[in-house]
Design a protein around this ligand. Structure first.
Ligand code: HEC
Ligand code: HEC
Length: 459
């Protein structure tokens, strides 16, 4: 936001527990190194070894079945209206960069999510876009789009090494000489499509225990992985990741800080270190970056999180008789083992996000239908790039999160790389842990397949 950097200079907020290294929208800030543990950055930027405090907390009991009366169907809609967590706020059209208060309301949060930032606001030196909306917009602000990110690195003896500037290749820069370029030897390469964030406030409020219970109930050869990832704003303990193609974050605030840095080049207290250009420092103090860290005082990041937490879940399209029949086919042949249809959020007051967030009334006891287990699976489509180069994540290289199918009908490029264009091709790309289910699909009659497609078209 305009003017914010002045405030940022004076406030110089330092979050002592920032786990500055594992950034995953994103990339690891320790370029091209293998790091043995999470390393938080202290106020004076000394590195101290960090051992996560134990494991992710269960965050209450597993919730997969809706209880009558107590649990409610989560609100859905592509309508720019709050789910009730933040208030709707002032008229959206009356909010501007001078009167916006990012954490005041849904409309304020939406404003900063849509706001186009410039170099003097901290954009760059390397970046992918100038506003969150550029990539999260179809059909309303917050949802998905066809914009793909570019990730590269190389793999030696099964170990992944990020490209010199991190695995995320920023596609734009504020000066021609610092645009990142891929080198020939970085042969592990992929695109990753922009995912949906609508309804993710509900997903955030699903207890870790719910995700691990799904995992534990899956047949051994189809069992997913619930990776534990650091919560940047948390108390040092990790949480089960669920956001992004790799489940690389468990909290929306962490993801927002990561995205502000890695998509837009704007640093904030949770992500205080500027991106490099292929490993070369181009931040404040060089001719490429006029704005000192943190470029945003963290208020925008809080605003993004408030907005996303307040969004309604993607709504269903028309549910025809064929679509209802198709949902039975979907269950019968095993698609729903991974694309889980129903999850219930935790009770009001549950402490989640490594102690940093308390499940509020508006997001508690909500029944959602994301058609995902939010777990990582190897279905043979993996991109070879792990959550981060830390050794404990090595086995995530060829796993991808079960794509949530809510809102599928508004996407026409499918799978993480967006290189699949039809439902049939998407299904046929499911090998590995999904091979038996794909085989069952191939045995369906044409009529059954058409029911299944009708169901997918209603999501
Ligand atoms: C250049 C495009 C681009 C911009 C700009 C962008 N994103 Fe994203 N976003 C993506 C992509 C691509 C992914 C999937 C990344 C991955 O998993 O590797 C993603 C994923 C996410 C997710 C995870 C959703 C889920 O469940 O998968 C959140 C949350 C998110 N972005 C928030 C933001 C916020 C907040 C901003 C603005 C600060 C932002 N994004 C800006 C492209 C973008
Ligand atoms: C073993 C778990 C598993 C099973 C079983 C499974 N899927 Fe998937 N599905 C995934 C994963 C993981 C992805 C993401 C893969 C990627 O992007 O590379 C995915 C992606 C998809 C996509 C693309 C969605 C998008 O937005 O890009 C569709 C469509 C889909 N699955 C439908 C199905 C159908 C239909 C079935 C049953 C015939 C099925 N899946 C069975 C795990 C599974």
């Amino acid at each position: 936001m305009k003017g914010k950097f002045i405030q940022a200079i004076t406030s110089a907020i330092a979050v002592a527990t920032t786990l500055g290294v594992v950034t995953v929208h994103g990339q690891s800030q320790a370029k091209n190194q293998r790091i043995e543990s999470f390393i938080p950055k202290t106020k004076d930027h000394r590195f101290v070894s960090f051992v996560p405090k134990g494991h992710a907390a269960p965050e209450g009991p597993a919730r997969l079945v809706a209880r009558p009366i107590i649990d409610r169907q989560a609100v859905t809609g592509f309508d720019n209206l709050t789910n009730g967590f933040a208030r709707q706020g002032p008229d959206f059209d009356k909010i501007n960069e001078d009167n916006v208060q990012p954490t005041r309301s849904f409309n304020d949060g939406r404003f900063v999510f849509e706001e186009v930032e410039r170099q003097e606001d901290g954009v760059g030196p390397t970046y992918n876009a100038q506003s969150c909306r550029e990539c999260h917009q179809s059909v309303v602000t917050g949802s998905s789009s066809q914009i793909a990110e570019h990730r590269t690195g190389h793999t030696d003896n099964g170990i992944f090494y990020e490209s010199m500037g991190g695995s995320l290749i920023q596609s734009r820069a504020t000066y021609p000489e610092i645009v990142e370029h891929v080198i020939d030897t970085d042969e592990t390469r992929t695109f990753r499509l922009s995912t949906n964030t609508l309804g993710n406030g509900f997903v955030e409020c699903v207890a870790d225990a719910t995700l691990t219970a799904i995992r534990d109930g899956q047949p051994p050869d189809m069992q997913g992985e619930a990776p534990e990832v650091p919560v940047l704003e948390g108390d040092g303990s990790p949480r089960v990741g669920r956001f992004g193609w790799k489940c690389q974050h468990g909290s929306l605030l962490s993801f927002a800080a990561d995205a502000y840095l890695n998509e837009m080049g704007i640093t904030s207290p949770l992500m205080p270190d500027e991106n490099t250009s292929s490993g070369e420092y181009v931040g404040y103090g060089t001719e490429y970056d006029p704005v000192p860290e943190p470029e945003n005082d963290g208020e925008d990041v809080e605003g993004f999180a408030l907005f996303m937490r307040s969004t309604k879940a993607p709504p269903r399209g028309e549910i025809t008789v064929d679509a209802i029949r198709g949902s039975t086919v979907f269950k019968n042949i095993g698609c729903a083992i991974c694309h889980v249809d129903t999850l219930v959020t935790a009770e009001q007051g549950t402490l989640i996000n490594a102690g940093a967030f308390i499940v509020p009334a508006a997001l508690a006891n909500q029944v959602i239908h994301p058609y995902s287990d939010f777990l990582l699976h190897d279905i043979g489509s993996g991109d070879g790039i792990p959550i981060s180069p830390l050794p404990q994540y090595a086995d995530t290289a060829n796993k991808i999160r079960t794509a949530p199918l809510w809102g599928l009908r508004v996407r026409n490029r499918l799978m993480h790389d967006g290189l699949t264009f039809t439902k049939l091709e998407a299904i046929q790309r499911h090998g590995g842990q999904a091979a038996t289910v794909t085989a069952a699909f191939n045995l369906l009659t044409d009529t059954e397949k058409n029911f299944l497609y009708a169901f997918l078209d209603s999501l």
